[in-house]
Design a protein. Structure first.
Length: 347
């Protein structure tokens, strides 16, 4: 196994594929893939930096993030105002084929901002995140940051990583039809899962996020009518379901090769999604902005060339739905580590 191995996983006989093509015909798992090791990216990070310390030069904010986000927000709001007199079929069509790309771009901009990759000052990133949230029409930027940072710190840890489906999802979503419904509604699952499995007390920033969002939605409804607001909501939920750009939700961590728990996507949609497809690289180096993640693979190819990766998010969705061996349980899970206090007691 080369140095590019997914260190720390339950890896078995991983060949160096180009594109992943899981063959069906087996039975769907009844439980998660349980790992007895830590998440792999901390050890990979140390190894990569030891071999290529120049990667540290890529750390830090992306100066182009602010103007990009402002431009997309204004474009999407302007598009919404154009929908006020449009026929409903036009509203739905524009929402799916245009607005969904814009709102998902903003969702992934919020992902960048959750890592403070637009400004060096945390407050500025949070304020920009609330602004980027406006066309999405549902307040989520501040709450997303809380849970997403835990996804990095506690990747795969039971009860901590809310990116992993619940046992209820795994037991119910077991065939093509239920998987289609799950994909269509996966944003609802992402939103509701933390509420039931790991609720957190809202603070000042969540309240501010809520007030700004409700105010924006009310103003849009007043000045541009219901179709404008419905357009934005459709753009959010259609773009998070059965849509090519939403394939990254499944592609990033669902196990398509036994033993590998994080996957990158190297395809054209990275241009529209802040390079979120470079997901192994992102977890290895969350302090590197999306615009520079491709440089990580260029500098340290030996750490990535033997990992499986995706080249089509649409195909990932198709395989997830049609492959009888893949489902919500196709994730790597690990038990929480007991915390030892300074007095030697295990909590």
């Amino acid at each position: 196994m080369g140095r590019g191995g997914d260190h720390g996983t339950v890896r078995h006989d991983l060949a160096p594929p180009v594109d992943l093509d899981v063959k069906g015909g087996g039975a769907m798992a009844k439980d998660f893939y349980w790992a007895e090791t830590d998440e792999p990216h901390a050890s990979r990070r140390r190894a990569i930096l030891a071999a290529h310390p120049e990667i540290r030069e890529l750390f830090g904010p992306d100066s182009s993030a602010f103007p990009q986000i402002v431009a997309i927000v204004l474009l999407q709001i302007w598009t919404a105002t154009l929908m006020q007199d449009a026929a409903w079929p036009v509203v739905v069509t524009v929402a799916y084929f245009f607005g969904a790309f814009l709102n998902h771009n903003l969702f992934l901009a919020i992902h960048e901002l959750s890592h403070n990759l637009a400004f060096s000052t945390i407050v500025y990133n949070r304020l920009l995140g609330i602004f980027a949230n406006l066309p999405i029409s549902i307040p989520m930027s501040v709450t997303f940051q809380k849970y997403h940072l835990e996804h990095h710190k506690y990747q795969g840890v039971q009860g901590m990583d809310m990116d992993i489906p619940s046992y209820t999802e795994g037991r119910v979503v077991t065939n093509i039809f239920s998987k289609m419904a799950w994909v269509l509604c996966q944003l609802f699952f992402y939103a509701l899962r933390p509420v039931f499995l790991n609720p957190k007390q809202p603070g000042f920033w969540e309240v501010l996020n809520l007030l700004c969002q409700v105010s924006f939605d009310a103003l849009l409804l007043y000045f541009s009518g219901g179709k404008a607001l419905v357009y934005l909501l459709l753009a959010t939920f259609l773009g998070g379901g059965m849509h090519p750009i939403a394939g990254h939700f499944i592609a990033e961590h669902y196990v398509f090769l036994k033993g590998q728990e994080t996957y990158s996507y190297y395809g054209p949609l990275n241009i529209l999604t802040w390079n979120v497809g470079y997901h192994v690289e992102h977890h290895d180096f969350p302090r590197i902005p999306g615009c520079k993640l491709y440089r990580v693979r260029q500098i340290a190819p030996e750490f990535y060339e033997d990992l499986g990766h995706h080249t089509s998010w649409s195909y990932v969705i198709y395989k997830y739905i049609t492959d009888s061996t893949v489902g919500p349980f196709s994730r790597t899970m690990r038990k929480p580590q007991p915390v030892t206090s300074k007095h030697g007691k295990v909590n």
